[in-house]
Design a binder for this molecule. Structure first.
Ligand code: CA
Length: 227
């Protein structure tokens, strides 16, 4: 059983694919827009994303590119009507694992998902970020740990506790032991900026934290906490 996220804007096809995949024993979260994808996607829970390219509020290629830059451990299968070689190459170059043309052959899709899930689950190497709270270090997947400030650890721990879902600024400020109403919000932004810079400078990997304006932050990759 694999938890999938399906992004397809044509309602009939979305319904049909979601129904088929559910029958195959998968858990499917089906969405029709890029913004819907961002709202529903949980890096800690979804193993594979099925992504259409022509979407009402964006291009699936840009989404895949962004997901790969966030360092998420996620299998990505493109499902598209664009069948030119150039489109396929572009899809694979930005980081899709498979590229299936519409009309989708359901048996082929099923075989691709089985192969991909097996590969992802037996990959061996840890694909998670590791936050070592006691030593105050954060290790990007497969990279050496990066030392953080004590405040940086508290902030990251609070964001990681969201399990891939957005965490409100208030929760983070509370974790810092501060009073939200008296807290200068710019200090939190500075804190996040410094974290991003420390991680990128030391590892060359972008810290997978999304800023949600006026609300909070979201850790977009799976993260293991070491107490
Ligand atoms: Ca479409």
């Amino acid at each position: 059983m694999t938890r999938l996220i399906l992004l397809e804007d044509e309602p009939i096809l979305r319904h049909e694919l979601a129904g088929y995949l559910t029958e195959q024993g998968h858990i499917v979260d089906a969405v029709g827009t890029v913004s819907g994808f961002h709202a529903a996607f949980s890096p800690a829970n979804h193993l594979i994303a099925l992504v259409d390219l022509g979407l009402p509020d964006g291009d699936g290629i840009d989404l895949i590119d962004a997901l790969r830059h966030q360092g998420t451990r996620l299998g990505i299968v493109v499902i598209s009507a664009r069948s030119r070689t150039g489109d396929k190459v572009r899809g694979l170059v930005v980081g899709a694992d498979y590229y299936l043309n519409k009309p989708i052959e359901l048996e082929e899709l099923s075989a691709v998902l089985t192969a991909l899930a097996r590969r992802l689950e037996t990959g061996g190497v840890s694909l998670s970020w590791v936050l070592d709270v006691r030593r105050g270090k954060l290790a990007p997947p497969g990279k050496a740990p990066v030392p953080l400030t004590a405040q940086g650890v508290v902030v990251l721990k609070a964001i990681a506790a969201g399990g891939g879902k957005p965490v409100d600024r208030r929760q983070i400020v509370n974790a810092l032991g501060a009073d939200f109403l008296q807290y200068d919000q710019r200090r939190l932004d500075t804190q996040i900026h410094q974290l991003r810079k420390a991680v990128f400078d030391a590892s060359g990997v972008e810290l997978p934290i999304r800023t949600i304006r006026n609300r909070g932050y979201q850790f977009l990759a799976s993260v293991e906490l070491k107490a």
